[in-house]
Ligand binder design. Structure first.
Ligand code: NAD
Length: 285
């Protein structure tokens, strides 16, 4: 259903890889809400083919860019303005990757070159994006920029590894740049902290199935889906959130405010069964 929330707005969506990607859903919803958009992803992701399917479906162009390369990002902002015919009203940063996670290096055995790559792709790219846009004056007054993050930036969750450090930095960049861009151009910058979601990046998180089950049981509203995340992004791009900036906005069904739920405790109790003797006495720990 469309409410024309983005009617006449121009946007750039970074990070749609396949139809599970959160950015894919955001691109679809943005067009449904009346926006004109361009897509961007790495040259490799574009060559893999599925991004083209999305661009054909939405009748929009794809501009390849490695988000760690400033010249690539500048090219996206210059070309996107040419294609869309004016300054950009909204930008989605939906980019993340950790070579340490991919290579199964644990947090106490990180490869530091890989850590640099994790931080560059998953966090510093956000700064590069914002700095490129600002220097080119590519974002319209009162524009809106959103990056996607995860609660492991603030609380330790098993297995999230060096992506936790990257997300902490990403959220900090939103605040630091949000002050400057807001003061000078009225551009608002926020992060949305999404529930664990089964995407290509999500599947890389150690024990994602169990993590999703745990947060589903802990959250009064259950895990937020990628489609629901797209809805929230649309609201943040719209004029309905003109004064929201420098925030980390939880979109997680209430998970971030919970300590323990009955459903999670119930499941937790079951795990003790294997450690009880014939009298039901727990025989470990
Ligand atoms: N899936 C989850 O559980 C979850 C939860 C919270 C936040 N997030 C965040 O949402 C965002 C999107 O991830 P997703 O879950 O949709 O997975 P995804 O794998 O579909 O998207 C990740 C994207 O990053 C792109 N990317 C990687 N390196 C890049 C580079 N150098 N330059 C440009 N793009 C690059 C990939 O091509 C891909 O499109 C990420 O920031 C992720 O950390 C995901």
């Amino acid at each position: 259903m469309s409410n024309n929330l983005l009617k006449g707005k121009r946007g750039i969506v970074f990070g749609a890889l396949n139809d599970m990607s959160i950015a894919w859903k955001v691109a679809e919803r943005a067009v449904e809400e009346g926006a004109s958009i361009v897509l961007s992803n790495t040259a490799l992701a574009v060559r893999m083919g599925t991004v083209k399917q999305l661009s054909e479906k939405l009748n929009c162009e794809v501009i390849p860019a490695d988000a760690t390369k400033v010249e690539d990002l500048e090219n996206v902002f210059v070309k996107a303005q040419e294609i869309l015919g004016g300054k950009i009203d909204f930008v989605l940063h939906s980019i993340g990757m950790s070579p340490n996670v991919r290579k199964k290096r644990t947090y106490d055995d990180l490869d530091y070159n890989m850590l640099s790559t994790t931080l560059d792709i998953s966090a510093i790219s956000f700064h590069k994006m914002l700095q490129s846009a600002k220097k080119l004056d590519a974002i319209a007054e009162n524009g809106s920029v959103v990056a996607l993050t995860y609660i492991a930036s603030q609380r330790t969750l098993f297995g999230y590894n060096d992506m936790a450090d990257a997300k902490a930095m990403l959220e900090s960049i939103a605040r630091s740049f949000g002050y400057i861009y807001g003061r000078e151009k009225g551009v608002r910058i926020n992060t949305i902290s999404q529930s664990p979601t089964m995407t290509t990046a999500g599947a890389g998180i150690k024990g994602i199935d169990h993590l999703m089950d745990f947060s589903e049981r802990m959250s009064p509203l259950g895990n937020a889906t990628a489609d629901e995340c797209a809805d929230y992004c649309i609201v943040m791009f719209s004029d309905l959130t003109r004064k929201v900036t420098m925030q980390n906005l939880f979109h997680d069904g209430g998970f971030s405010s919970m300590g323990m739920s009955l459903r999670a405790m119930d499941q937790y109790q079951k795990s003790f069964d294997q450690y009880t003797d014939e009298n039901g006495k727990i025989i470990y720990g």
